[in-house]
Design a protein around this ligand. Structure first.
Ligand code: AMP
Length: 140
């Protein structure tokens, strides 16, 4: 068995996270350094670095997870539009070696709520705001 990745430790609950939703094969939680409010990571419970290494069941379920996360974020952020990004391997900018889709709600410029840090802002994440948002998203 490979060493557990950071995201496997999060899925197991060994490291805390702000959960958004969960399925049998996937787990979704708020990114601690959100590019925009609601920035969520959707990860397979199966540990793999690239989507090509995932089992068929796991990669299919992952798309269900993305859609479920979008459903919750659309209620909270009143939008139907999202950036859905995958860095599939280190040369593509992947920092955590465990498949993760970034799901980021998009709204017209100037209407974003707070809870995101501009690029380059290295202050600590606001964990209480993340926890409050996660609680609302779990209820949607
Ligand atoms: P990537 O650059 O595509 O590998 O994205 C990794 C993402 O994981 C970054 O957006 C980080 O902010 C995020 N991240 C790292 N550690 C944690 C953590 N403990 N909880 C939530 N998100 C994290």
């Amino acid at each position: 068995m490979d060493e557990p990745t950071l995201f496997t430790k999060i899925i197991r609950g060994d490291i805390p996270s702000s959960m958004v939703a969960e399925g049998n094969e996937w787990y979704a939680f708020l990114d601690i350094n959100p590019h925009r409010p609601g920035h969520t990571l959707v990860v397979p419970k199966e540990q793999a670095q690239r989507i090509s290494e995932l089992s068929v069941d796991s990669r299919r379920a992952l798309m269900d997870g993305i859609i479920e996360v979008q459903r919750r974020l659309s209620i909270e952020f009143e939008t139907t539009d999202f950036s859905v990004n995958l860095n599939d391997g280190p040369l593509a900018g992947q920092e955590v070696p465990h498949v993760h889709f970034h799901v980021i709600p998009r709204a017209p410029e100037g209407t974003q709520r707070p809870l995101w840090k501009p690029p380059g802002d290295s202050t600590e994440p606001d964990f209480s705001l993340l926890a409050e948002l996660a609680e609302r998203l779990q209820a949607h």
